[in-house]
Design a protein around this ligand. Structure first.
Ligand code: SF4
Length: 572
């Protein structure tokens, strides 16, 4: 069985923006926070928002203090005035594409032109749009409604942003036949259009389609309708529990689509459940290999292996020593820190990677034992190596702990946004990269190795770029989980696009440094070899960016392979 995941599945720009705004507000300690109506049609997200103290309300009576957020659908101007007069601070998360439709209606109807809106009568966005028309707007839900319109002079028509493109075209043709002077504004959003087109492309490629999203979500319902219109067996599910296992087990290729308000972790849950149906048909060998791979990645052993190999390469680049104690010490330290930080971040994991969250729960004792054991062995090794090395590693371990614990007591009335070091935007990736430089390069240096300064400097830049790129890439993979938990990672602060651009620049700069420093004989020609894992790391980035693979254990394992490759190349 094969699952084809729609590239467009997941939050659209407007929903994501609203989500980011509400999470940013919930991090501030400025009194109660409300959303005017449920932010999105997803029970789990709403549950999480409630747990963070964000309440959904339709009635502001009695509310005089605090903040209220207008959701992506927007609201009528009168309601906006009412909110502004209530004494609450209004935060507007109306999607810019919806704002554009509101502006068109306001502008055109102010010229005394009759307004026609194609949309769903009870949808919040349509209710909001109606409020922007100077005279009462005419609502069209289906083509047949056109005949019921009164005679209109010089009207204009707009669409609810999530309307079906084909239905809108049909309605527009009928309107143009009745009102030749009508002006048409195609306001269907690209995100909607792309999602619908992708579902249409499933035809002839899949035997059935699973659409994930709230049962009350209009755009999800529309995807279901389109898929059914293509005569494909279609299953609309809100969670993996609703999957029709028997029907799916009979299919060889399944298309997986999701509405614009469906979070990634829900899509992942559904995908994993479909794959579990498939696993029942696998041979024991294939099943065994897959389980072993999953264990390696989720237990962080793959990360430790990559770190060992990379640390060995670093040692050779910086000075040519073949002492394996330092790479081992570095790998064990990095392994322990990964295990402990994963547990400290367990809340985020359940929102971006349910498979990892389940794994951590299942093997909690074993993982904690392995992490503690690794830490212990690495400290013993450092002690044997020298007191200075031991103290440096103890210092680094303490820093790893301090990083995640509150430094400012969270008392009543505390208005500090940064309670822990990890709350500082972008600190996670930066501290991870600096820790890699410290354990892989500085520890051996402190232990008396006298390497050429230039080689050490270039190696330090290479280690920093590789490890920083790795950390940023993993932050991108868990973007939604961090967003839900309010963790200020680099992709959240900078935005996904700018983070990707930064990532490319870092790798390009490192590549340039490697080429120039070896070309001019400043460092050994062995440095050239690092260009290969650098290129494969860049390929991983493109795999993520172009959505050739969605974040998960396959992509994570591939990223770790780049670090394994670095050491292997040096050995060869
Ligand atoms: Fe905005 Fe389009 Fe998403 Fe609606 S579907 S919230 S218009 S991006």
């Amino acid at each position: 069985m094969k699952v084809i995941l729609a590239k467009t599945a997941g939050f659209c720009m407007g929903v994501r923006r609203a989500m980011e705004m509400v999470m940013a507000e919930s991090n501030k300690k400025e009194g109660p926070l409300f959303t005017f109506g449920p932010l999105i049609h997803n029970k789990q997200v709403l549950g999480l928002l409630e747990a963070r103290g964000v309440k959904a309300t339709d009635d502001t009576k009695g509310l005089t203090a605090g903040r209220i957020l207008i959701r992506a659908h927007g609201i009528p101007p009168r309601k906006r005035e009412m909110l502004q007069n209530s004494g609450l601070k209004v935060i507007d998360a109306t999607c810019p594409k919806v704002t554009r439709v509101q502006a068109i209606i306001r502008h055109q109807s102010n010229k005394d032109r009759p307004t026609i809106i194609v949309g769903d009568k009870d949808h919040a966005e349509v209710i909001g749009l109606m409020g922007y028309s100077k005279e009462p707007a005419h609502l069209i839900e289906k083509k047949a409604d056109v005949a019921n319109l009164p005679p209109l002079e010089n009207p204009f028509v707009v669409a609810q942003t999530t309307q079906d493109v084909e239905d809108f075209k049909e309605i527009v043709s009928a309107l143009q036949a009745r009102f030749p002077d009508i002006q048409v504004f195609d306001t269907i959003c690209d995100a909607t259009h792309e999602r619908q087109e992708e579902v249409r492309t499933f035809k002839e490629r899949v035997e059935g389609v699973v659409v994930v999203g709230g049962h009350h979500s209009a755009n999800t319902q529309r995807l279901v309708k389109i898929s059914e219109g293509e005569h494909l067996p279609t299953f609309h599910v809100e969670t993996e529990k609703e999957l029709p296992r028997e029907a799916l087990s009979q299919m060889k290729v399944i298309g997986l689509a999701a509405g614009a308000s469906t979070p990634h972790w829900l899509i992942k849950n559904v995908m994993q459940e479909i794959e579990a149906i498939q696993a029942r048909r696998e041979t024991p060998f294939v099943h065994g290999v897959k389980r072993a791979y999953r264990f390696l990645v989720l237990s962080n052993l793959a990360a430790a292996m990559g770190a060992f190999s990379f640390a060995y390469a670093v040692l050779r680049l910086a000075g040519g020593t073949t002492n394996l104690v330092f790479p081992l010490m570095a790998a064990l330290y990095i392994y322990a820190m990964h295990v402990f930080n994963r547990f400290l971040d367990k809340g985020a994991a359940s929102y971006h990677d349910p498979d990892r969250a389940t794994f951590q729960k299942q093997y909690k004792r074993l993982l904690i034992f392995m992490g503690s054991f690794a830490m212990g062995i690495s400290l013993i090794l450092s002690f044997i190596t020298g007191f200075g090395t031991f103290m440096t590693l103890v210092g680094l371990s303490l820093l790893g702990v301090v990083y995640s614990i509150p430094l400012i007591p969270e008392g009543a009335g505390n208005r500090h946004r940064f309670v822990k070091i990890k709350d500082i935007p972008g600190s996670r990736s930066l501290s991870e990269a600096l820790a890699w430089v410290a354990v892989m390069l500085l520890l051996p240096l402190f232990s008396g190795s006298s390497d050429p300064v230039l080689s050490v400097v270039v190696t330090a830049i290479v280690v920093f770029s590789f490890s920083y790129a790795r950390a940023v890439l993993f932050s991108l993979f868990q973007l939604q989980g961090d967003l839900m938990m309010g963790t200020e990672t680099l992709p959240i602060t900078l935005g996904e696009k700018r983070t990707l651009a930064l990532f490319k620049r870092i790798l390009a700069g490192t590549a340039l440094l490697l080429v120039c420093s070896t070309l001019f004989g400043l460092v050994s020609s062995i440095f050239h070899l690092m260009l290969i894992p650098l290129l494969t790391l860049l390929l991983c980035l493109y795999t993520y960016e172009k959505q050739w693979l969605s974040p998960g254990i396959v992509l994570e394992g591939l990223v770790e392979c780049n670090f394994l490759l670095a050491g292997l190349l040096i050995i060869l």
